[in-house]
Design a protein around this ligand. Structure first.
Ligand code: NAD
Length: 356
């Protein structure tokens, strides 16, 4: 991969490689765009096959964070860190404190947080060396219930768009994955007295938990979830599950869930959903509850304020659905238009000179 060509094509600002000789920490931080504010994105630890894979993952994830943060209405740009290593062997206090020093060296242009294979506890070590870290223990807490809350508001907006009301008692739901986010989403749906909820899982403990706590929520086998005759399909498991095989099976009028990168091919599969007349809530808009929650740590965390901000996912999706209709594009493409428009407008506002 020609990195400068890639950076030029997609408008990246900075890519930093770092290596700590004491702990063996090897990582890359990418800053995609800081028009709206410091770049925020978590630190992912992964045993990448090669450095090229790590670099590409970091670049893509950083760009995704620009759109996610912009569409979430946050004063944040997009960035990401990937660490090349083995989560079972490499993690230690020193390892994360070394990371903290590299984050600090970027002097606030980048703020990190937990991500795949890193935890709030690891971030506490990072915090020993830098203030530019969020998602700490005892602050905004577990992001998953807040992500699920955002998904709930996103489903509400999608019901409004599809049926002209959001009376949950009239509608049925199929939730794929009852892990961190799916579990809480099901609780919100139950609270709203949803007509019927189905779920699927591959983890026996999660299946048992649901059967024990909510016996009315009906289990179906993983392969059967797509073709259920329901109003809303809510993917809350892994990415890439909406593809050439699964989209033709979907009977639901709405697809709205927490899973990141749910479309195997962003353009092709967004188009397929549009052609089938399915209302699709773009992942990076509907699953932003967690990042909105953690953002509130920067100004002194207040849970009620964070929740009020998460509720705005409803209005954002309504606006995105309007853009999609007006421009006759997929909702995924409309979400990008929405995010880019905010970046452009705020950039223009900042063109007025004021003395620092
Ligand atoms: P999780 O691992 O806690 O839950 C996912 C669940 O899906 C697991 O219980 C797993 O057993 C199940 N699963 C996996 N494959 C399955 C299959 N084929 N059929 C049925 N179930 C299957 O993860 P999570 O934190 O709930 O995240 C879910 C998705 O939401 C991920 O894509 C994640 O990136 C995204 N997301 C999560 C958050 C958050 O705050 N946790 C925020 C933004 C986005």
């Amino acid at each position: 991969m020609k990195k400068f060509e890639y950076m030029e094509k997609h408008g990246y600002e900075q890519m930093v490689y770092f290596y700590d000789k004491t702990t063996g920490l090897k990582g890359i931080t990418c800053i995609h765009n800081t028009t709206l504010g410091p770049a925020l994105g978590g630190t992912r630890l992964w045993d990448y096959e090669c450095e090229e894979d790590a670099a590409l993952d970091c670049l893509r994830l950083a760009r995704g964070m620009t759109y996610k943060n912009a569409a979430a209405g946050l004063n944040l740009g997009g960035g990401k860190t990937v660490l090349i290593g083995d989560a079972k062997k490499d993690k230690s206090e020193a390892y994360f404190r070394a990371l903290g020093r590299y984050v600090q060296s970027l002097n606030g242009r980048y703020i990190t947080a937990e991500d795949v294979n890193t935890t709030t506890k690891d971030m506490d070590y990072v915090h020993e060396e830098t203030e530019h870290v969020v998602g700490l223990e005892g602050k905004s807490g577990n992001p998953s219930p807040m992500t699920a809350l955002g998904v709930f508001y996103g489903i509400k907006a999608s019901l409004e768009k599809a049926f002209g009301d959001h009376d949950f008692t009239k509608y049925s739901f199929a939730v794929q994955g009852a892990g961190q986010t799916g579990y809480y989403l099901i609780e919100y749906l139950l609270e709203a007295k949803a007509k019927k909820i189905y779920f699927t899982e591959i983890n026996d403990d999660h299946i048992e938990r649901m059967k024990k706590e909510h016996p009315d929520v009906e289990f179906v086998e993983p392969d059967d979830i797509y073709g259920l005759d329901v109003d809303v399909f809510s993917p809350c498991a892994l990415g890439g599950f909406l593809n050439d095989d699964t989209i033709p099976q979907i009977k639901a009028k709405i697809v709205a869930g927490s899973a990141n990168n749910i479309l195997k091919d962003e353009d092709e599969h967004a188009r397929m959903l549009k052609e089938k007349g399915i209302i699709h809530a773009p992942d990076f808009v509907i699953n932003a509850g967690g990042v909105i929650n953690v953002y509130h740590e920067l100004g002194g965390y207040n849970k009620d304020r964070a929740k009020r901000d998460i509720a705005k996912i409803y209005d954002r999706l309504i606006e995105i659905y309007e853009i999609a209709d007006k421009d006759d594009i997929s909702t995924y493409a409309a979400a990008k238009v929405f995010a880019k428009k905010r970046i452009k407008i705020i950039n223009n506002v900042h063109s007025t000179y004021i003395r620092d």
